[in-house]
Design a protein around this ligand. Structure first.
Ligand SMILES: Nc1ncnc2c1ncn2[C@@H]1O[C@H](COP(=O)(O)OP(=O)(O)OP(=O)(O)O)[C@@H](O)[C@H]1O
Length: 592
């Protein structure tokens, strides 16, 4: 109950924030529409007594009153609906906004990987409509609460025992709550198979994976796996729904018995002459309304409970996501010392294994640092810690001596430029697909062209009909589809959009380019990076498996099993004759 009240308060606050006048008018209309119904029953009783007593004039006035109240009861909630419809949409958009903000929480991405929070996010993604129905339920509920009080007073005046009638509403409310709890638990339990099934559905239907799925003839396998997961999820939900329906019916039966008893009581009193015919009409009409009120209250309560539990989930994720770090200290304008990793250890949230351990490393300001190592060694994990996607589980990452946790993440990310191996294919205009790398200059054609030049990617434009204004992606009827390498060039241009980053991360952003192209690109890039590095202290972190590229770096870090195995320049490492020298020789031999 407390949760529901807290949810209602939050929702009302959202509506108030969105549009005060609309909120107030909606409430007034809802309340008038709701209390009109019990007053109508009173009017009916008066009219009946006037007719029975032959007071025709009074009966006519009462008839007119009943008609007006009937119209108010039928239409006001409709007018309110028109008013709050937009308000509900705004509440839904507001919720979506909050959810997007939470999914991309400023501190990190760890919450996507903790099963419990990932499940909550999955449920919430399907839950945004709850806020629309939640607001409707809240406004209806306010009117209904008043109508119920009025009805209770009127019933008590007829016979005190009739007060038990609204009390009989408690069992259905209680069983409704229990049933909702069961459904909610089932939804959380089935969120994982639902998420996995959706993932398989995406795999089976996306054009991006179509080639591989066909070559390996995976259609049936994916379908089978998805069907199994779906069955698992729907089976669990179905059983919970059946159980919930049974629990609800039990509560409703208690009320039905009380209703029949109440009507019989007034009929008996009328037969003994203690009540007028009008009182019987009033009692029957009110008792029928209590029945409707209870049914509506149970339904509204369910909506409000769902909305409250969506808020609760959101608060839960917010609490987990929003651990705000130590303090708010802006990142430096330029790096003077560099970035130091001191005793860094890290395990992914959902994993027992240690991805990094005992990492002590200095990335000097203005340098180009390459991370090399076998697959799964921990290179990308290091990059993720530098970007602040995760916080180390041990040790610290220091930026010019300041713990990264003390820097506000949005400000730090503003000073990072990045090209990732799993880059995004934005199906935008070329200008925008590159320009999102620096949103402030997304429409600046000169800046976009310069970034493409820096990335040696301007040749992509040669194949496109409208240059920078060309539409990318198959989702658009006139969109151009690019090759893997061309998409990568767009991503590389995007990575080089920001011109004063403190950290530039290139995590295998050129794996789809041929080795010569990658080599040429980095040769040119390294020259510029050193020049820029001298003035801003920017550090370039490069992850690559190609040693012809890696050798250009000022410092090469060999990562093995989550540890730093070797550090030095190409010449130093070759001289040392360790793992780097061995791998370099192997690759050089292969190219020869
Ligand atoms: N999201 C994740 N959750 C759990 N474990 C992960 C996750 N991402 C990576 N790992 C694990 O962390 C370890 C290091 O992975 P990482 O991606 O850093 O390797 P890498 O050196 O970049 O490899 P590659 O060269 O293949 O890209 C691996 O054992 C991997 O299985």
């Amino acid at each position: 109950m407390i949760n529901v009240l807290a949810g209602c308060r939050q929702l009302l606050h959202t509506a108030w924030r969105m549009d005060r006048a609309r909120t107030v008018f909606s409430i007034i209309l809802m309340v008038c529409g709701a209390v009109a119904a019990p007053l109508l029953a009173v009017g009916l009783g008066w009219m009946t007594d006037a007719v029975v007593g032959g007071r025709w004039r009074e009966a006519a006035w009462n008839g007119a009153l009943v008609a007006v109240l009937g119209i108010v009861s039928l239409t006001f909630s409709h007018f309110a609906h028109i008013l709050y419809f937009e308000l509900s949409e705004l509440a839904e958009i507001d919720f979506d906004k909050q959810l997007i903000a939470l999914s991309n929480g400023t501190v990190g991405i760890a919450h996507h990987e903790r099963a419990e929070q990932a499940d909550s996010l999955t449920v919430l993604q399907h839950e945004s409509r709850r806020f629309r129905t939640g607001l409707e339920a809240l406004l209806n509920g306010m009117g209904l609460a008043l109508a119920m009080v009025l009805t209770a007073v009127l019933l008590a005046r007829l016979h005190p025992l009739l007060l038990l009638l609204p009390l009989a509403a408690i069992p259905p409310l209680f069983t409704g709550r229990v049933a909702e709890g069961r459904l909610d638990a089932a939804k959380t339990k089935t969120a994982e198979p639902v998420r996995l099934a959706l993932n398989l559905f995406g795999l089976a239907t996306s054009s991006r994976h179509a080639g591989e799925v066909r070559v390996f003839r995976l259609e049936d396998e994916l379908r089978r796996r998805r069907a199994e997961l779906w069955e698992q999820a729907t089976g669990g939900l179905h059983r919970a729904q059946l159980a919930a329906a049974g629990i609800r019916v039990a509560g409703q039966l208690v009320f039905a018995a009380a209703y029949v008893g109440g009507v019989l009581l007034i009929l008996r009193d009328a037969a003994n002459g203690r009540h007028s015919v009008g009182d019987v009409v009033l009692a029957v009409a009110l008792a029928a309304q209590v029945n409707q009120q209870v049914t509506l209250a149970v339904a509204l309560m369910q909506d409000l409970q769902r909305m409250a539990s969506a808020y609760r989930r959101m608060d839960h994720i917010r609490a987990a996501v929003g651990a705000p770090g130590l303090a708010e200290q802006p990142p430096p304008d330029r790096l003077r010392e560099g970035i130091v990793l001191s005793g860094v250890a890290f395990s992914y949230p959902a994993s027992e294994a240690t991805a990094l351990r005992d990492v002590d490393l200095t990335l000097p300001a203005g340098s180009i640092v390459a991370f090399v190592g076998e697959n799964g060694a921990g290179k990308t994990t290091l990059v993720k810690l530098l970007c602040g996607f995760y916080q180390p589980t041990g040790g610290r990452v220091l930026v010019d001596g300041v713990d990264l946790r003390a820097l506000p993440m949005p400000a730090w990310r503003q000073r990072i430029a990045a090209g990732f191996q799993d880059f995004v294919r934005y199906e935008f205009l070329v200008q925008q697909a590159v320009g999102v790398g620096d949103l402030a200059r997304i429409d600046d054609a000169g800046a976009v062209r310069a970034a493409l030049d820096r990335a040696r990617s301007a040749d992509v434009l040669d194949h496109l009909p409208d240059g920078l204004r060309s539409q990318l992606g198959k989702s658009h009827a006139d969109g151009a589809e690019l090759s893997g390498g061309q998409w990568q060039k767009i991503a590389l241009g995007r990575a080089l959009m920001r011109d004063t980053p403190l950290l530039l991360v290139l995590d295998e952003p050129t794996s789809a380019l041929d080795p010569q192209a990658e080599h040429a690109l980095f040769e040119r890039y390294a020259e510029q990076a050193r020049r820029v590095g001298e003035t801003t202290g920017a550090i370039t972190v490069l992850v690559s498996h190609r040693f012809s590229t890696v050798r250009m770096a000022d410092q090469i870090v060999v990562v093995r099993d989550g540890r730093v195995a070797e550090v030095g320049s190409h010449a130093e490492l070759v001289r040392r004759g360790g793992q780097y020298a061995e791998l370099y020789a192997l690759q050089a031999q292969a190219y020869r």
